[in-house]
Design a protein around this ligand. Structure first.
Ligand SMILES: [Zn+2]
Length: 377
């Protein structure tokens, strides 16, 4: 099946989704995308369930039932789960300076790549197959809060993933079209150092400088980085003090953690908890930890990618494997042992920036790829 003829329709839907801006923290805005997506799914014959959320947009779960009735158990084990998020990192009004447009084979706009293009690919593939012709039951889950940690979605993602034979995530493909076969795990720590305030001129000796103590801690934290294991710590924010003539009594640091290997997050968290003050009369408090576990390139991932690559090859598509230090909802699926492939959305780049784009040709290519996987897995 060739999707070239569908490109105008795909672009029209993409335009509609992009022009419905949906920053993660604006529930009403994300829900407007939810209405469009739920409507499209119902039109395709899905049973749509809305998981209402007060603190985020609602989740849209669309079940495309198996044409032949199966036992409940078999239906669950055989199913494929499609995962897509509806929120973007861009605030309302971004469209005014960053409109949806097409130029020189690229399509631009807020969320065009991350990941409204992926939503279009999923809906186009499902429409082309037709609900009655799906060889396996398919569930598509559209979530409202991936860009801010998926707290409102994680439990539903994990529940549906456990019931599935395969999970396909519609995050953007890499700029060369590679899918993501590994992602680092991500965590965050907050360090609070307390000292004792004093006048810098009259009472210097009595002060305990929290910023001086923080300097020791910053070096200790950065040293936990281990490139060979793919583990990095980045002290990204430091705050403290009120004036140069006051010995500061508090300093705060925010630290980003990335891990590649299972077990590393536990090791680093223990090391962070064990940090001790260097200067007398100061204290160190550490909070935080791992938010998303790593998605390693393990045997399950290798087998899953090889199978997808073979299906793609039968349709003249050369599928390549890549990976990234950034996390997605695929990071919640991998530790469950469920086969997962990520980055099946259109190839593009520069996402989360005003230059975010996808290659127009990638829209029909990815629809073709996803259709082949859904039919032949
Ligand atoms: Zn995304």
């Amino acid at each position: 099946m060739n999707f070239t003829a569908q490109v105008p329709q795909m672009l029209a839907l993409l335009c509609r989704l992009v022009e419905t801006e949906s920053p993660s923290r604006d529930k009403a805005a994300v829900d407007r995308v939810g209405f469009i997506v739920a409507d499209e799914c119902r039109r395709l014959g899905a049973d749509v369930t809305i998981h209402a959320r007060a603190e985020a947009g609602d989740l849209v779960e669309a079940r495309f039932p198996h044409p032949q009735p199966l036992s409940q158990k078999r239906e669950r084990e055989d199913g494929i789960l499609l995962l897509a998020h509806m929120d973007t990192v861009f605030p309302l009004g971004t469209l005014e300076k960053m409109p949806f447009y097409e130029k020189d084979g690229k399509v631009y706009g807020p969320g065009v790549s991350d990941m409204k293009g992926g939503i279009v690919v999923a809906l186009t593939a499902l429409a082309s197959i037709g609900t009655g012709n799906l060889p396996r039951p398919v569930t598509a889950l559209f979530t409202p809060d991936e860009e801010i940690g998926s707290r409102a979605s994680r439990a539903v993602i994990e529940k549906l993933a456990k019931e599935s034979a395969l999970v396909l995530v519609l995050e953007p493909g890499m700029v060369d079209g590679s899918v993501k076969t590994w992602r680092k795990g991500v965590g965050e720590f907050r360090l609070t150092v307390r000292g004792r305030a004093a006048h810098a001129g009259g009472d210097h000796e009595q002060g305990r400088n929290a910023i001086e103590e923080m300097a020791h801690q910053v070096i200790a934290v950065q040293k936990l980085t281990d490139y060979a294991r793919g583990t990095t710590l980045n002290v990204g924010v430091v705050r403290g003090g009120i004036a140069s003539n006051v010995v500061p009594d508090e300093a705060v640091a925010e630290v980003d953690l990335r891990v590649m290997q299972p077990g590393e997050a536990e090791r680093i968290t223990a090391a962070m908890q064990a940090l001790k003050p260097v200067l007398n009369g100061t204290s160190v408090e550490v909070t935080g930890g791992l938010d998303r576990p790593p998605m390693p390139l393990d045997d399950t991932m290798k087998a899953t990618f090889a199978k997808a690559q073979a299906i793609a090859a039968r349709h003249g598509i050369e599928l390549k494997a890549g990976g990234t230090g950034g996390a997605s909802d695929a990071n919640f699926v991998a530790p469950l042992g469920v086969p997962v492939l990520d980055g099946l959305g259109p190839a593009g780049g520069e996402y989360h920036s005003e230059r975010e784009f996808i290659f127009k040709d990638s829209l029909p290519e990815r629809a073709k790829l996803l259709t082949a996987i859904l039919l032949e897995w």
